[in-house]
Structures are given as structure tokens and as C-alpha cells.
Design a protein around this ligand. Structure first.
Ligand code: ATP
Ligand code: MG
Ligand code: FE
Length: 345
């Protein structure tokens, strides 16, 4: 059974043909980076137009690469939110049309559920429940994943998402958008102890996060440094110090969540990383060590499946179709659609 997945919620246009046995048959992806770069961030109107221009071509490319027609599909899955509403509408409408014309089942996928279930795509033996740390451009959450459509939030950010914090720090340093990979590359060569930065909420009760104070502390540091802040060696140390602070925060919060999760689910011993920031090698290592210390194993998708892609959307579609969870043509595109609002099939 082959499912077509479509992703258009932010600034990547992507299509994927994935088989229920986890074989990726084709997965063309167009990143709109160049379109948004001059503005230092994603411009929703530009994103929506670029999705319109590229999506049909990508779908046709995926189908041609595999040499099948729509009638050969077992279903069509598209991100229906949360995300930039113009882009989400483009992807969902395309999926609706293909489903309607070819009489195929349609799955309106929650983009966060797609990130959350990617671990089951890469680790076939991974059963529910597991603990999820979702760190992306729009989110920073710790979630108990108890099944498809069954999510219990243990903690979330009270201000900025983590990817947003990486992007803002990168912007302050003139590193361009998206900032995460650039900050990681500089940090790898820097001194993480040169600049003392706060570790917001560390040691406090609960599993919430806060990153706006950390971001502001970086800004103050840059202002205090003046022209010195623009030197390559200084930027490396700033990035390393920022990333180390983030690592300490994630480890502290994830450790609390693992203890609480273990109390509720004595057999749940897996920490899953997901979302674009999960592509960060330093943070992966820190969380792997923290997990091991508490008897958890870490499952983190390969880097290309951490950032936005259509393979994860097709896979979420496969998981839903298996449970006969399909949508009709009236299903709406949603700008906001938290995981906790999902219901089990
Ligand atoms: P959401 O999934 O919450 O809707 P999104 O889809 O825009 O948001 P993703 O594509 O999952 O977000 O992740 C993009 C974010 O990941 C960006 O903020 C980017 O800077 C960050 N990111 C990507 N690679 C890295 C990295 N190596 N280190 C840190 N951050 C990274
Ligand atoms: Mg993106
Ligand atoms: Fe995402």
C-alpha cells in the first residue's frame, strides 16, 4: 500500500510516496530558503505563492519517479495544520482534489503528530507509550505519547519556541535564516564557558521551558561587546555558550519529564526527539546521555526527517489509515491545532 504525503505548512514544499512497510519510494522537496532570505524570516504570502507554484510539479515528479498513477495509491495525506494558513490551504486543497477525483481516502494530518510519529517510522519496534521532546520552529514541548491521537502535555514553553530562539540569536549575529544550523556550526568550535548565560527555569517544578530571557541575555552580551561581537572567534564563543545553556535547560526539563513519565508508565523507557532543532548534534548527544543516565534509550530521526518533510506526513497518514481514521472533504485547514486537541481514532 502506497500513500502520498504532502507538506506545505511553512517554507518547505514537499511530496513523498511511502509504502506501509516503511519504504520511501520518492520524496522530492523544495526549500524556499532563497525566497525568504532577503527578509530574514519566512514571509507567509511569499510562502503560499511558492507552494502554489511548486507543489503540483513535486507531486508529478514523485509519481513519475515511481511510475504509478493516482489510482494505485492507498490514500492521500496532507498537513492540515498547524502552520501558515495560506500554505496549509494549498497542500490540503491539492490532497482533497486528488482524493476526490480518484476516489481515495483522505487523511488531514496534524503536522505535530507527523513530527511525533516519525520515531515509529525510523524505529519499527517502537511501541506506545513514549516520551516526546518536540523542539521546532514553533514549539517546545514535552509530551507523553500514548497512542495515535493520544497526547498528554507534560510541559511547554511559556514564551519562545526553541527554534525561534536559535533563529533570533542567529539574526543578532547576522548569520541569516534559518539560524539553527549556522549557530550549531559556529558553536562546535567555540568555548561554551566564556559567556555566563542564564539557564531559565532550571531546577523548578514542572517541565515548562522559557527562552526569552536567555535570548535577551545574549543580546545584552552582544551590546556589551560592541564591535568585538562581530569577530569570528567571539561569535563562536557566543554560539557555544548559548547552545550549552540550551543543552542544560533541555537536559534538566527532560530529566524531570522522564521521572514523571516513568512513574505513570513503568514500561515506557524511550525518549523521542522530534522537530527541526532535533537535528542539532550537540543537543542530541546531551539528551542521549541524560536519557541513558535514567535508563531510557533515545530515538532521534535522521536529520532530514527532523526538519519539515513529506515522508513524516505520509507516515502519519499510514498510521491513521491503519486505524481507519479518514477525513471527509469538509475538513478545515487550521492555523492553530495543538496536539492535545487530537482524539484517538
Ligand atoms: P513547527 O513544526 O513547530 O510547526 P516548523 O515546522 O517551522 O515549526 P521545523 O521545520 O520543524 O519547524 O524546524 C525548523 C527550526 O529548526 C528552525 O527554527 C531552525 O533554526 C531549527 N533548526 C534546524 N536545524 C537546526 C540545528 N542544527 N540546530 C538548532 N536548530 C535547528
Ligand atoms: Mg522550514
Ligand atoms: Fe515542523
Amino acid at each position: 500500500a502506497i500513500v502520498l504525503g504532502i507538506e506545505t505548512s511553512c517554507d518547505e514544499t514537499a511530496a513523498a510516496l511511502v509504502r506501509a512497510d516503511r519504504q520511501v519510494l520518492s520524496a522530492p522537496l523544495f526549500s524556499q530558503l532563497a525566497e525568504h532570505a532577503p527578509y530574514g524570516g519566512v514571509v507567509p504570502e511569499i510562502a503560499a505563492r511558492a507552494h502554489v507554484e511548486k507543489l503540483d510539479l513535486l507531486v508529478a515528479e514523485a509519481m513519475a519517479a515511481v511510475g504509478i498513477g493516482f489510482a494505485d495509491l492507498a490514500g492521500v495525506a496532507a498537513t492540515a495544520g498547524p502552520g501558515l494558513i495560506g500554505g496549509v490551504m494549498v497542500g490540503l486543497l491539492t490532497a482533497k482534489t486528488i482524493a476526490l477525483v480518484n476516489d481515495l481516502p483522505l487523511v488531514a494530518v496534524n503536522h505535530l503528530e507527523a513530527h511525533a510519529l516519525t520515531a515509529r517510522f525510523v524505529a519499527p519496534e517502537l511501541d506506545f507509550p513514549y516520551l516526546l521532546l518536540l523542539v521546532s520552529g514553533g514549539h517546545c514541548q514535552l509530551v507523553a505519547v500514548e497512542g495515535v491521537g493520544r497526547y498528554r502535555q507534560l510541559g511547554t514553553t511559556i514564551d519562545d519556541a526553541l527554534g525561534e530562539a536559535f533563529d533570533k540569536v542567529a539574526k543578532m549575529l547576522g548569520l541569516g535564516y534559518p539560524g539553527g544550523p549556522a549557530v550549531e556550526a559556529l558553536a562546535a568550535e567555540g568555548d561554551p564557558e566564556r559567556f555566563p548565560l542564564p539557564r531559565p527555569l532550571i531546577g523548578t517544578k514542572g517541565c515548562d521551558f522559557s527562552f526569552s530571557g536567555l535570548k535577551t541575555a545574549v543580546r545584552h552580551q552582544i551590546l556589551a561587546l560592541g564591535r568585538e561581537a562581530g569577530r569570528e572567534a567571539t561569535m563562536r564563543d557566543l554560539c557555544a555558550s548559548f547552545q550549552a545553556a540550551v543543552g542544560d535547560v533541555l537536559v534538566d526539563r527532560a530529566a524531570r519529564a522522564m521521572r514523571s513519565f516513568r512513574a505513570d508508565h513503568p514500561d515506557g523507557r524511550t525518549l523521542v526527539l522530534a522537530g527541526g532543532v532535533a537535528a542539532n548534534r550537540y543537543l542530541r548527544q546531551r539528551l542521549e546521555a541524560a536519557a541513558a543516565g535514567l535508563g531510557f534509550r533515545l530515538v532521534a530521526p535522521p536529520l532530514a526527517l527532523c526538519t519539515d518533510n513529506a515522508v513524516m506526513v505520509a507516515w502519519a497518514g499510514i498510521e491513521r489509515l491503519r486505524l481507519a481514521s479518514v477525513n471527509d472533504q469538509a475538513v478545515p485547514a487550521r492555523a492553530r491545532w495543538p496536539l492535545e486537541e487530537l482524539t484517538p481514532p
